[in-house]
Ligand binder design. Structure first.
Ligand code: NAP
Ligand code: MG
Length: 401
């Protein structure tokens, strides 16, 4: 069989621990036998990041800007314990944070669903994709504790010299204060990424904030979305029969629970943080959650939503055969192949991505799954190791191809 050809390389970002092991098996068993794989390889494993003073993460992000499509393995975000475990020079920043900052992107998360795993919400039939604004608000806020009566004020001094001032509160005793911000440009980028992704994936877009309470702050989010929509996307949405609508966050929550799924829910930073954990848990497993970072100028970085599965890695290192779920990592690759194929007009590459997804889903439908899913699935199931699971997918993929 002739291997499927590629023209533009994918930006490949390797990672850490159990997911690094799985990464290699996916390539060896499910990709290299079928695709004449072209990638520009960046090793984002912690050892290499430390060796290059994290330059490799910056290079990989810039390569994604250049080529447009990347696929990333999960990586360790160092903490104190990792400093000594890896004897690090510095506590390097989260690679995802660095990539997101360079691409100015928005993260979209969607679950992979199969019939035998019923979501906790009975009426959910299609995936719900959460788009989380990844800049500002409480994540970049400052706060203060005071311990006597006094006046709290919010003061802005413009470069022009103009001063704006509001009273936060006349405090009659000790208490706490917080000031948060966001930037119009970042909200605009977020809006563009959401509208583009909705058109790209043929789904409605919902956006929610609490503008009845935060009239200026959340009102600004609402207004920017509306302006960006009317100026750039309204006609395309109407032509495709898609809907954009804004609603209050509490109304959105109620609608989401009553819905069948099948739309994108755009959330402010904090709402997205909380709601994505709720939605992913209700759909089943973090191991079945896909994630893609989309920049406002249409660059894509695909990955799994979960981490490096450290506990399994330590067991693997001790010689145990683990049953770690590779689905989300496989779907990171298929997402990247489909997008690359679409951009380069390579229908065979798109088709390969679809067939690999189909083979993976078929394996699960046949009841063959990793331990994390066996606990959730209805019907007859058989728990297998990661290696066995990947081989089962390979057999089905060969038949499909
Ligand atoms: P994690 O790697 O997502 O794993 C947490 C637990 O979830 C695992 O111990 C496992 O539970 C279960 N799990 C997650 N993915 C699974 C899979 N594919 N198959 C089966 N079970 C799975 O989160 P963590 O342990 O908090 O973080 C580990 C490292 O990953 C950290 O260093 C963190 O910095 C990094 N991280 C990276 C990313 C990223 O690169 N995007 C995201 C999050 C975390 P059981 O042990 O009960 O089986
Ligand atoms: Mg969270």
């Amino acid at each position: 069989m002739e291997k499927i050809k590629m023209t533009t390389p994918l930006v490949e970002m390797d990672g850490d621990e159990m997911t690094r092991i799985i990464w290699q098996s996916i390539k060896d068993q499910l990709i290299l036998p079928f695709v004449d794989l072209k990638t520009e390889y960046y090793d984002l494993g912690l050892v290499k990041r430390d060796e290059t003073n994290d330059q490799v993460t910056i290079d990989a992000s810039n390569a994604t800007k250049k080529y447009g499509v990347a696929v990333k393995c999960a990586t360790i975000t160092p903490n104190k314990q990792r400093m000594s475990e890896y004897n690090l020079k510095e506590m390097w920043k989260s690679p995802n944070g660095t990539i997101r900052a360079i691409l100015d992107g928005t993260v979209f998360r969607a679950p992979i669903i199969i019939d035998s795993i019923k979501p906790a919400v009975r009426n959910w039939k299609k995936p719900i994709t959460i788009a989380r604004h990844a800049y500002g608000d409480v994540y970049k806020s400052v706060d203060m504790k005071v311990d006597e009566p006094g006046v709290a004020e919010l003061v802005f001094t413009g470069e022009s010299g103009k001063v704006q001032k509001v009273t936060v509160q006349k405090m009659n005793g000790g208490g706490i204060l917080q000031a948060a911000h966001n930037m119009d440009k970042s909200i605009e980028s977020f809006a563009h990424a959401c509208f583009k992704f909705a058109l790209d994936s043929n789904q409605d877009l919902w956006f929610s904030t609490k503008d009845t309470i935060a009239k200026v702050y959340d009102g600004n989010f609402k207004q920017i979305f509306e302006d960006v929509y009317n100026a750039n996307y309204k006609e395309q949405f109407e032509a495709k029969g898609l809907e954009y609508f804004y609603t209050l966050i509490d109304d959105a929550v109620a609608r989401v629970i009553r819905s069948e799924g099948g739309y994108i829910w755009a959330c402010k930073n904090y709402d997205g943080d909380v709601m994505s954990d709720m939605v992913s848990t209700a759909f089943g497993s973090l191991a079945m959650m896909t994630s893609v970072l989309v920049s406002p100028d249409g660059k894509y970085e695909y990955e799994a939503a979960h981490g490096t599965v450290t506990k399994h890695y330590y067991r693997w290192r001790d010689g145990e055969k683990t049953s770690t779920n590779p689905m989300a990592t496989i779907f990171a690759w298929t997402g990247a192949f489909k997008k690359r194929g679409e951009l380069d007009n390579l229908p065979d590459l798109v088709r390969f991505g679809e067939l690999l997804e189909q083979a993976s889903l078929q394996t699960l439908q046949d009841g063959i799954m990793t331990k994390d899913l066996v606990a959730l699935a209805e019907g007859k199931t058989r728990a297998v190791t990661t290696d066995e699971f990947i081989l089962e997918i390979r057999q089905r993929l060969e038949k499909l191809i």
